[in-house]
Write a protein that binds this ligand. Sequence first.
Ligand SMILES: Nc1ncnc2c1ncn2[C@@H]1O[C@H](COP(=O)(O)OP(=O)(O)OP(=O)(O)O)[C@@H](O)[C@H]1O
Length: 624
Amino acid sequence: MGFLMDGLDAEAYDRTYTDGQLIKRIAGYFKPKLGVVVVVSILVVLKTLMDTAFPLLVSNGIDTLVSNKALQTAIWLAALLLVSGILSWVFNMLRQWLTAIAVGDVVLQLRKDAFNAVMDRDMSFFDEFSSGKIVSRVTSDTDKFATVVTLTVNLLSQFLLFILIAIILFFRSWQLALIAFTILPAIMLVALGFRYLARTATQRSQRSMGRVNSNVQEAVSGIIVAKNFRQEQNMYNDFKEINTQAFHVDVRSGILYNGVFPVLVAIANLGSTLVIYFGGHNVLNHSITAGDWFLFVQGIASLWFPVTSIASFWSQFQLGLSASERVFALLDAEPRVHQTGNEMVPALKGEIEFQDMFFSYDDRQTVLPDFNLKIQAGETVAFVGHTGAGKSSIAKLVARFYEYQGGKLLIDKSDIRSFDLHDYRRRLGIVPQVPFLFSGTVAENIRYARPGASDAEVLQIARQIGDGDWIEALPEGLETQVGEEGKALSMGQRQLVALARVLLQDPAILILDEATASVDPLTESQIQEGLDILLEDRTAILIAHRLSTIKQADRIIVLNRGRIVEEGNHEHLMRQGGHYAHLYNTYFRHQSPDYKPGEGFVEVHASVLDEIDQATTPQPEEVR
Ligand SMILES: Nc1ncnc2c1ncn2[C@@H]1O[C@H](COP(=O)(O)OP(=O)(O)OP(=O)(O)O)[C@@H](O)[C@H]1O
């Protein structure tokens, strides 16, 4: 398919299931609805019987009328046709109604399972897969799953009709039935060949739609940046390319789907021609009756109808089948973080120890080659270092968001892998660099840490930070709506809410990825006060960007390319004239209260400067 199909390959966590496996899995979802499934099956049989009755009644009616030309027979025939027509309609309606209810319930369950699966995935999963694609798996793919089930019920009903009519035709005249069936191999060949082509076309079509979705989602999320850099046209160009690809994929699928139907109808018509010709002959030489001939002409149309109509809704069927495949692949995705036990973590002192840790996100780059560090319970440790040194990665490992490949991580001397993760994370407070708030009020967001907390507790916690002045500044105090992702609050206010939230949680270990965004001096001092309270009596890992926070730490760890190059407190490290002194000159000097441009540099040893120069020169990628 060439460049047109670029980017439409399967995701790393996609699996290929056989149709049999998929149908078995779908059937599994219907197990709790066995009662409804049985009733629907009975209704399908009843409706099919009523549909079969029509050609049978007319055929027998013709023969009866030929031998006994009574008006009463015609009236009876019409009445029976009417009754069978009405019953067929009633059975069909009930079947559709019950199927819709059962399928609706199953989709509800499937969507819950898909959502839970997404919630359970490790952070590496979200790094690898765009939110747009994940969203479409939980929403539209589960909907398409419903389509496949409804179509399967229709298909079953049509095949039942096929079998019943075939049996009747063979009973009436096996010779004519054999003639009618000569076209079966050709029809099967085309239908089966099409089935494989349709599967590929449908998967491509879904993937291209997934690309369109994630592109739109990313464009909307990053609109501020795009506008700021006047990149609207480039974004439009990217979208145009992806959208055009989706168009080409759809056109190809359309040609395939619409091309096969006329071929099947032509073959079926050939069968009808044969039946009309040989049937006519048989009537003339009295080997079958006129009624039988009618039955064949009428029956043959119904006979091939299921096979040809499969082709017409095969596209939807395939769409549903590959959507189910994508949903099941999401449910079955292997976790990357492996726990060896599920010990409960009732309380923690907060001692953290990295032993010979080796960590990389992927096989392209090593982040921590051989990391050793012991953080005492209650200690506040600030990590500093150039961007990409591995500071956040260390915090993410303590939060057990990612799997490490070598060494050990001990919490209170127990292997982190032995913990029940949900329980462990309850002892962990995380303040991310960009605090995320959920739509709702400020109070609801603070209460997120402990849903059972009373209004008074929330208020008391909020007042601990900056004497509660920040709450007074909010238009409706704690009842102020924060807007989507907290966008109705200033960045400083969002940070204060995030601090209050962790304060309410009262964790044993605090991880603070300090915001780089500058806030006004008043908010800064409020945040600092909040931090003072937060850091008391708990272990804290600070990914520090503010000089004031760094100075608060008991120990500063200077990282360079995943290795500890210096450690100590601010004064000690400043005197050393090493990496920290260099970082101070570069990042922190201007935050000093007595900062004057061009002044206040501390001396850095020439050997350290050389080392830094070498480190910043691009090196071949380091991979273990
Ligand atoms: N999710 C990820 N997938 C792959 N590589 C990653 C991921 N997150 C970080 N990295 C890489 O790991 C290395 C360490 O990143 P990390 O975020 O730990 O650095 P940092 O010291 O916290 O930097 P900063 O101060 O800029 O946040 C970097 O080279 C980065 O590109």
